[in-house]
Structure formats: C-alpha cells, structure tokens
Ligand binder design. Structure first.
Ligand code: ADP
Length: 367
C-alpha cells in the first residue's frame, strides 16, 4: 500500500510523529537537528493550513485527473516501463504556474508506482543538513517531492547533485579536528521537483531530471469537467450554465475553479436553496470582485497601476512591485502569467506594457 509521509503532505489520518524525524543510526542526531528547524515548522504549518476541501477535491490517481493529456501520456509510459523493469522512475521536473496540478501529479505518481512519498519545499531546506533526513530515510524506489525547487539555496542544490546522480551523500560527523566524513549510499529513489520558474533552475540541476514536463493552462471545457466532478464530490447541484460561467472565470487554473466552486456553494447555501444556478454563480463571483474573464481585484489593480502610474508601460517588475506594495515574486508567479496569456500584458526587454485589449477590457469591467 502507498504510504505518504506526513512532511507537508495532506494526509492527516497518518500519525505525524511516526515519520517526522526520519534519521536513524549514525545520522539520527543531524537528522533531528535538521528537521526540527524551520523545515519541520514550515511543513507542519503547511499541513495545518491545508483546507479539508483540498483533500477531498484533489484527484488520487492520474486517471482521475483532467486535461494535461500529453504530460499524462509521457508519465504513463515512464511508469509502465519502470514497473516492467522493476526500477524506480527517473527524476521528474514539473513546471508551470501555481494551481495547475504539479503537486497533484507528485502525489498521484507514487500511488501509481505503489511507493511512499515524502514532501519538502525548496525555501524550507535552508542547509544541506536539513535534506539529510529526507534522503537517509528513503525506502528503495520511494519518491521525494521538492516543491518550489528553484528556491533551494545553492549549497543544498549542490548537495542534491550526487544524491540524484550517484545515490550517495557525504555526511560530516563531529566538529573541528574530530570531524570526519561518512559516505552514505542511498537506495535508488525518484526526485520529483516542482517549479513555477523553470528558467531560474541552474543548468546542472535541470539536466539531472530525466523527464521535464511543462503544465499549461486548462481549457474551459476541461475546467467544466473538473467542476462537475467536484460538485458531485461536494454533493451540490451545479447547473451546466453555472459550471461554464465558473470555468470561464477560473483563469485556466483548477485551483481557482475549485476555490470559486467552494465560495459559490457557500453563497448558494446561505442566500438561496443551495443549488448553484447561473444567476447565483454570477452574483457570488461579482461579490468577490471576479470579473467576466476571471481577473480579480489584484489583477485589475496591476493593470490600472501600469496605466495610471507608468502611462501603460514599459515598467520594470521591481517598480511595479514597489508601487503596488506587493512582492515581485507574487506578481511574476501569480499575476503576470494569466495576464500575458490573456494578451492584456506584454513583456518587452524594456519592461511590462499594457495592450489595446487592456483598455478595452478595463473599460468594460470598470463601467
Ligand atoms: P500546483 O502544485 O501546480 O500549485 P496543485 O496540484 O496543488 O497545483 O493543484 C491545485 C488543485 O487543483 C488541487 O488540489 C486539485 O484539486 C486541482 N487540480 C489540479 N490539477 C488537476 C487536474 N488535472 N484534474 C483535476 N483537478 C486538478
């Protein structure tokens, strides 16, 4: 049976104590030290922050996932071949904007392989010693998932190189003159890395992934399918017109579709008879400032700032971030990809610019 370790995973039924401190034998102390620091806190916090609905709605198998057919085909072939050979899967890198299914793939793949998975996040691993418990506790064939892998500090990234390539790591025992290095052999494992910025990954790290797949935005029809499946899981009635409207306003992103569905359900239950009809969906989404193509207040503020303060551009990312008091990372990862895709924004060498479509759209939504 697949057993996901609780480090930042979404399976609260497991005993968190069981897998938290994975160190054993010679590396136990370092393992405990490493994990009891920021990584542990961050992972536990992530677990506590995971809404229950996310656990219900997240597909458990690849066959339950909708869209991304090309990625699925590649993964099915790789999984099938690895199983036939009796080998672990090669390392996999998934990139794409937030909410498109990177974590979902990373949790479904181990289930298909019948192996356990442990989960870590790039910024949570501040030093190589924090990676040791994850690596030294791997079972043969197991999956280690590192989210936001582009944010791994350089020394941690370099520490991963030999683990990924040769399945070995060096562990320093003791300090000062008594320090000695132990070369520890690891079982063959699969690293799944997820990133919203494939371009920020160093060449040596990127090249160590045998499979590199890009997740793209979903079509409205695919989001309609996800919404109707999830309405069933939540046991709410959702009309086809309402489903289409919610999908159109979900920025091609399943996470947005799910969040909208949960809010519209609450609205329908509080203000009406619980059925999600088109007028109910429209009212509920308008109340949250979601416009006809799915832009929210922050997206529109971005475009309005670019027009008002920078005369439509070009403007640099940092200048936009300062003016809006929002981090540059948030703008680049969460706001800009959909605006670019919607042709409401262009990125030139001199900076960000609005397009004629931006004026058209804002006029409509502002009137
Ligand atoms: P990412 O890791 O890329 O930020 P997630 O994998 O956490 O995104 O996906 C966010 C949510 O969207 C998941 O909880 C899941 O319910 C839903 N989701 C993502 N991809 C799919 C898919 N292909 N089919 C159905 N639901 C999906």
């Amino acid at each position: 049976m697949v057993r996901e370790k609780i480090l930042g995973g979404n399976w609260p039924e497991e005993d968190p104590e069981e897998d938290l401190i994975g160190g054993s034998g010679h590396n136990a102390e370092q393992a405990a030290k490493g994990l009891r620091g920021s990584a542990e806190t961050e992972r536990l916090q992530a677990m506590l922050d995971t809404p229950e609905s996310d656990t219900i709605l997240r597909p458990k198998r690849i066959s339950e996932m909708v869209g991304q057919t090309e990625v699925m085909e590649v993964l099915y072939i790789a999984i099938d071949a690895a199983k036939k050979r009796g080998d672990p899967l090669g390392h996999i890198l998934l990139d794409g904007p937030p909410g498109l299914g990177k974590t979902t793939f990373a949790t479904c793949i181990p289930r298909e392989m019948g192996v356990p998975v442990s989960m870590a996040s790039g910024p949570g691993l501040k030093a190589p010693k924090e990676l040791i418990p994850y690596l030294s506790n791997l079972e043969p064939g197991a999956v280690l998932f590192i989210d936001e892998i582009h944010r791994l500090p350089k020394p941690v990234e370099e520490y991963l190189y030999t683990a990924m390539e040769d399945f070995r790591i060096d562990i320093v025992l003791g300090e000062g003159v008594n320090a000695r290095t132990l070369n520890l052999a690891l079982p063959k494992f699969t690293l799944i890395g997820a990133t919203t910025r494939a371009g920020m990954l160093s060449g040596p790290l990127r090249d160590r992934f045998q499979i590199r797949e890009h997740l793209s935005f979903y079509k409205t029809t695919e989001l309609v399918e996800i919404l109707s499946r999830n309405a069933k899981k939540l046991d709410v009635q959702l009309t086809p017109e309402a489903s289409e409207e919610i999908a159109k306003r979900s920025r091609g992103t399943p996470r947005w579709a799910n969040n909208h569905l949960l809010w519209v359900r609450d609205f329908a239950q509080s203000k009406s008879d619980g059925r999600i009809t088109l007028p109910i969906a429209e009212k509920a989404l308008a109340m949250r400032g979601i416009d006809s193509i799915g832009l929210d207040r922050q997206d529109r503020r971005y475009l309005e700032t670019l027009i008002r303060v920078f005369s439509g551009g070009p403007a640099g990312l940092e200048a936009m971030a300062h003016t809006m008091s929002v981090s540059a990372d948030t703008l680049e990862d969460e706001v800009e990809p959909f605006l670019l895709r919607s042709e409401l924004l262009t990125r030139t060498r001199r900076g960000r610019c609005v397009t004629p479509k931006t004026f058209e759209h804002l006029k409509i939504s502002l009137s």
